[in-house]
Structure formats: C-alpha cells, structure tokens
Design a protein around this ligand. Sequence first.
Ligand code: ADP
Ligand code: ZN
Ligand code: ZN
Length: 678
Amino acid sequence: MTETAAVSVAVETPRYSGVGGLLDYACEQPLTPGTLVRVPLGRRDLPGIVWQRAVNAPPAPPELRPLAAVLTALPPLAPEWRELVDFAAAYYQRGVGELALAVLPPDLRKLDDTRLARRLARLERAPAKATAATEPPARPELNAEQSAALSALAGADRPVLLHGVTGSGKTEVYLRAAEAALLKGRQALVLVPEINLTPQLEARFAERFPGHVMVSLHSGLTPAQRLRHWLLAHLGHADLVLGTRLAVFASMPRLGLIVVDEEHDPSFKQQEGARYSARDLAVWRAHRLGVTVLLGSATPSLETWQRALEGRYLRLALDSRIGGGAMPAVRLIDMTRLPREAQQERVLAPPLLTAITERIERGEQSLLLLNRRGYAPVLHCSACGWKSGCPHCSAWRVFHKADRTLRCHHCGLSERVPRACPDCGNLDIAPLGRGTEKLQEQLAALLPGARVARLDADSTRGAGVLQQQLGAVHAGEVDVLVGTQMLAKGHDFRRVTLVAAVNPDAALFSSDFRAPERLFALLMQAAGRAGRDAAQAARSEMWVQTWHPRHPLYAALRAHDYEAYAAAQLAERRAAGLPPFASLALLRAEARTVEAARAFLNDASALAAAHEGVTVYPPVPPPVSKVADVERFQMLVESASRVALQRMLAAWLPGLHELRARHKGLLRWAVDVDPLAI
Ligand code: ADP
Ligand code: ZN
Ligand code: ZN
C-alpha cells in the first residue's frame, strides 16, 4: 500500500494566514501542482488549486483531512501562472488562495469533474469559431516610423513604451506585433481599458486574423462565455486574448506577447479586493517569461515615462499622425473675460457656440466634454439653504431630470425629486451647477434643428445601447455629442472636427496629486478625437473653457507637448517625494463611526513605528468620507524605496490582522499598494 501524500492547496479564505492562505490536505496519489480540487473546510466544500507539495510530506500526518475531489479533466495551471499569482499576492498583500480563485472564471469554481469534462469535450469538438481564412486580409503599408518601431520591438530586451500621438497608428503596430507572435506559434494577450468602449479595436483584430481563434475576457461576459473563453486560452486553442485588467491573469500556455493599450488608463488598477495593477503585472509576467511587453499611449503614465527616461524601458516614438494631418489647434477661452451674465448663465462662450454652428453648417461633428453626469450636481432651496445631500453619504445627490430623481452616485440611493423643500416647504427649489443632461438641453435650445445626443453612463444603460449610439455618431446622424470622459476613449470618429472641454478646471486644484496628470491625459485624448480624417485635420480644433487660462497644464496642451508637461510634473513629484520617486501604500479602514476607524489606524500606526526608511502619515478622511453610512479613514505609508516598503508591509500585516480582532467597531480594512486615487 502506498503512503498517503499531502498537498498544500490554495483556498479562497479571505482571512490572512501566515502561510499565505495555503491549507494542507491528504491525497491518495501525488498530484501535479496546478490541479483543480475540492476540499473540505469546516462544514463547507470549497474549490481549491494544488499549489505545492506540503512541506512535511510524505507521509501525511494522520490528522490531515483528505481532498474532497480532484478535477482531473482540466490540465493543471502552469508553474508560470502560479508564480504570477504568488508574486501578485505577495506584492499586493493578499492571500494566495484568495487571489488565485478570484481571478479564475466564476463558473470554473462550480463545476464538478464530470461536467467539466463534458464542457471540455464540447470545446474539443468545436474548438472555436475561427472564421475560415479565405484570402489574406488587406494590411496597410507601414510608414517609416511604424517600421522602425517594429524592428526595434523585435530586438527589444526590455519592456517597450510605444509613445505615439493619437492617430499615429499604434494599433497597427500592435497588430503586426501580434502577427509576428502568431507566426511563431505563440499566443498574444492584448489588454485594453474598457472593451465595451472600443468595439472597433476588437473588430480590427478579428478582421486581421481570420483563421485564428480570438477570445475576449472581461466582466461584461456571461459566466458561461467567460468560462468558455478562459478554457480556450488555457487549452491553447485561442491564439489571441483581448481583455480588460482581469485578463492579465489569463492562463496562456504559449504566451509570446503582451500589449497594454492606453497603459496610463486608471482602469488597469483594480479598485477592490486584491488591488492589483494589470499593467504592472503585465510587465512582471512578460519579464518572467522573457517575452515582449508593449505599453502603448499618447500620454504615458509618469511612472512609465520615468522608467523610459532612465532607460529601463525602451521608448519607441510615433510622432506624426497617419496621413500627415496636424493635431487640432487648441484654443483657450478665458472665461474671466466674458461678460458677467454670460459667466453666470454658464451656457457656452459665444465664440464656441459660433464655432459649433459653423461645424453643423458644414456637416461636421462636435464633441462636448463635461465630466459630470446628471442634470445638476445638487438641488438648492434659496429660502432656507437646504441642499440635496445624501442622508447616508458625505456627498450631494445629483438631480436627474429625465426620470425626475435625486440620485446618490456613491450609494445608489434614488428618490423622486421633492415638490417642495423638505425643510421649509418652499416650492422654489432650483438646480445648482450643470451636468451632461442640462448641457444637452441647453444646446438643443441654442441650436434649433441640430441633432444633439448624449453619451454617458446614464444614456448607455442596457445591452447594445452604447454600440447603437456610437453607430449613430459614426453614421453622421448626430451633429453635437455631449458626454463624459467616455467620449474621449479610443473612438475613431471620422467626422469630428471640434472637441470642447466645457469646464475642466476642477482637477487643477484637486487634493489628489495625480488629478492634473489624469486631466492632461484626458484632454490630450479628447483632442485626439478631432481631425482623425487627415483631410479635415487642418480645420480641427480643441476648445477649452477655463478660468485659469495661464495655467501651465493648458500651455502644454496648446503645444501638444507631452514631454514638457511630463518634465514639469516629474520635477514637482521629485521635489515632493511622490511617485515615481517614492512608493506608496494606503491603509484604509471602514467603520460605523469615525472614531472606530481612526482608532484602528492609530493603533496600526503605532505598530508601524519601528520600520526604518518608511514614513507613516497621520490618518485622514478621503474626499468622500462617508458612503452608505460607513465612515472611511485612510493612512498613507511612504518610502523612497519600493523594497523597504514591501518589507515593512510584509512585517506589518500580521500585526494588523491581530489588531483587527481588538477593534470590534471596525467593519473592514485593506491595504492598497501603489494606490491610484488618494
Ligand atoms: P492610434 O492607435 O495611434 O490612435 P490607429 O492605429 O487607430 O492609431 O490609426 C489611425 C488610423 O490610421 C486607422 O484608421 C488606421 O487603420 C490607419 N492606419 C494605421 N497605420 C496605417 C498605415 N501605415 N497606412 C495607412 N493607414 C494606417
Ligand atoms: Zn427650504
Ligand atoms: Zn449616498
């Protein structure tokens, strides 16, 4: 009789344990690490992944419980995949099991071996819907910059930053790089910020690679689709995986290239659970595998830019737009010089309105960017000063006129607009400020006969609505499109010759040190939506309504000078000891009372005192401190050395887990490593 073996299994236990969430079980025969299993835990039966042979095996100690089941049908997850998860769990301070199971398709956790085998058999029979290769698809001839970038890419020994202005043909470079990987029999992974916003990109890849299987991986898929796509990647049947941040964890046995499009986009950072950066993990994973990673952007994140300046990343530039079109001329409208009434009415500056009218007459389109959805950010009673605050959050409830609701964008509370002031009964309550809904209404009144549409999270609810709206814009059925930052993302609008930022100033004075960086990227991106058709580029314009026309950010925008802006920002960051010249982590605490949240952080701070080279700042409330009756507090931890910070966090966390037990009033706490929003 053979001895019972023992294995360490990664199990989804959110509670931290010293061994990173691995639990030992007994099994009949030795199992390959990476095998899916089910294990008993207490009275429950949980999915798990065999992570490694247990330290003390064999023979297994008699008290070990046996595995509940082994899912033999699925080929084990590769060592490379487990290393990625190990690294991410350690770096972002989460349990290995928690992370490993969270990044698998939810349905994979539910199936038993028989049903899984049936699914796999079905996939083998009809591997995928690869469109039959009829004739090789037409590919544009590369221009000189693209060719140079591609040949440099082929020999790159470092992560590559493809720094190309909007419309310079970055996507074509991704396509060629993917083609080269596929030719070598490798798989390519393409990460994008939000797949729903860029159906064109998906279409371009599908069109270019008929005869190859392409799958998408993002949270908008049904659980069944997500499992199917994941399996196709894991089995090596899919050659291309196009996905959002969660796709960085796709299991791909032949992975040969990773592309991160719009690498600066904040959506690559997961904002709950294990708060990982898919961009940073992509770089780590590619390095580990010795494959190329291509980070593309017109406005790289300052972290990436600094690494390129230091030579740690290879910078390849595409400086001109395809077709030679110029970037739109940027016009700043000094709002302080408008007559007082015009300022107060906050419609649009008269010259901007004229410019839009001219576009309509010529059959061209205009985009108006306003980063605030709803009709008005707050309702106000002029008699008693009441404002439409949310009773559960430290935030105003937004007035949505279309369905006459007051909605809290933080906790979701939605109520019908009161007829009269709830405090004094005054009938005359009025909206203050302006959101996209109101701007659309104002424009419709000012431009009779014009087709004014709106694109934001409210207007695009429901399956297919966004695609339909974008389709209408592409078809020329819209004259003026009002919307939030959704508008600025990668769309290849061909008829747009005017883009206007209606009220972008707020970000200039935000308490978040990254707000200006995000604003600059957004405005550059928005400018890139105008004049994408080279024939129209010359009369394309980007307008900015501002009360601070001499701000250096706008000067850099006018010059389309990312490098000057980045240099100025980096100098400020260096002087202030901020990223990329320092590493940060944020300890967040949530409780029913401010006192409870703060008390936990104060104790946590005392525990941290011993770590050298690391600064722990006093606890402060975040900008929106209360959400859904939960008080939030946070504490910043900073170090000039990433390694020192990592060492400190690893030493600190076990203490925090113990501390938590002594703070009954605390609801939740979490560490955010390399936080994006502060
Ligand atoms: P980016 O991703 O940098 O914004 P795209 O790759 O979308 O730019 O390119 C802009 C447009 O130019 C697209 O319509 C694309 O098909 C086209 N294009 C790209 N490269 C070439 C090329 N070498 N020759 C002709 N057209 C090209
Ligand atoms: Zn009142
Ligand atoms: Zn609320």
